[in-house]
Design a protein around this ligand. Sequence first.
Ligand code: AMP
Ligand code: GLY
Length: 424
Amino acid sequence: MKILVIGSGGREYSLVWKILKDNGDKNEIYVAPGCGGICDIAKCIDIKPDNIDDLLAWAKCNLIDFTIVGPEVPLALGIVDKFINDGMKIFGPNKQATQLESSKIFSKDFMNKYNIPTADYIKFNSFETASEYIAHISPPYVIKADGLSSGKGCFVIHNPEEAFEITKNLLLKKSLGKAGSRIVIESFLKGEEASLFVLLDGKNYKTFLPSQDHKQVFDGDKGPNTGGMGAYAPYRGIDNDLMENIKSNIIEITIQGLIKENIDYRGILYIGLMLTNRGPYVMEYNARFGDPETQALMPMLKSNLLNLLIKTSEGNLQNETIEFTSKIVCCVVFASEGYPKTYKKEVAIKGLPFENYENHLLFHAGTIKKDSKFYTNGGRVLNAIGVGDSLKDAIENAYEITEYVFFENMHYRTDIGEKGLKYE
Ligand code: AMP
Ligand code: GLY
């Protein structure tokens, strides 16, 4: 088969890696636009994920059999509708379904309508009413831009001055443009976070094992939110009873709601959970695989990934099983110093190419290759993957990679996975 993967990060690297692992050279894999490391394992083509017209034209011209969309932006632009209207096969939800991620207001209203547990919220489009509201509530304040903002649109704030400032920036100064012209202020949820990926074919679903991301840039969950600084799977804070609760009170109610709204959701439904002492709450939905959780999940997925994605897009998941090995996987992100704000690019990376072994893998994200050498080319640069029979071993194996691969001013959290050790 000829396969096109859209995206360029660690998530896309791990999807390509898994398809190659399952099927060897049986498929021809193209990635648009890919990154330095991805171009070593697949063929890269220079089309950006938001250029959905050129992606369709290229896919048709090159007789692509199946396209897999990694990031949210092309989904929100309607790439799936466009490909399907042209008779092309593609994995991901259509534009209407993607609103569960692309509009916080849409997803909060949806959860509210179908009684899916989520934080209480109020919507605002005027600074005056939002600031008046903030003056009457107590911290912490959770302020979210309505639209897509690459993980930079959610603020958890502990003092009122900063909350006013952020609200002003979003609603008056339009710091995030149209994405922040409407906001949601919601109540703060206390608990442990988990990510749950659900393959949904419109009506049937299969769940991945739960995983846990580390969103803040510094150890101890300090500093601003990022796209994710590391993850591990499985996350063992969800036992069988809690999983049954999540299935019946969140996943199945969400699917029934989607069907009632005439939304044909085919793709990954990523449920960002907060496990509170009042039960599991949905913090957010995403319409795609999470990054870096996917990097932790792919090495432990036993089932054939491509087959699952094709069956999902065909609405044919009912007879499939999704199986995992009993291994634990930890992924530590090597980032450029300064990320998620400004950072230097084109810093030489030492220790590449890294030779993957069974328990030590390196997945590229923001890298570029010039004259056979690798340089940094993004905020999140590399993903060090440790595999083990225990979480402790997986963590140790991931961090061992720092001894072999590094670049000047490389930043990584040193506590990825620690929260999970209490469940061992
Ligand atoms: P989101 O953009 O909705 O994924 O939120 C990003 C991060 O902000 C989450 O992973 C949480 O760490 C935090 N967060 C979001 N909503 C809440 C909430 N209602 N209460 C506490 N923390 C939250
Ligand atoms: N890991 C967070 C995300 O993919 O949105």
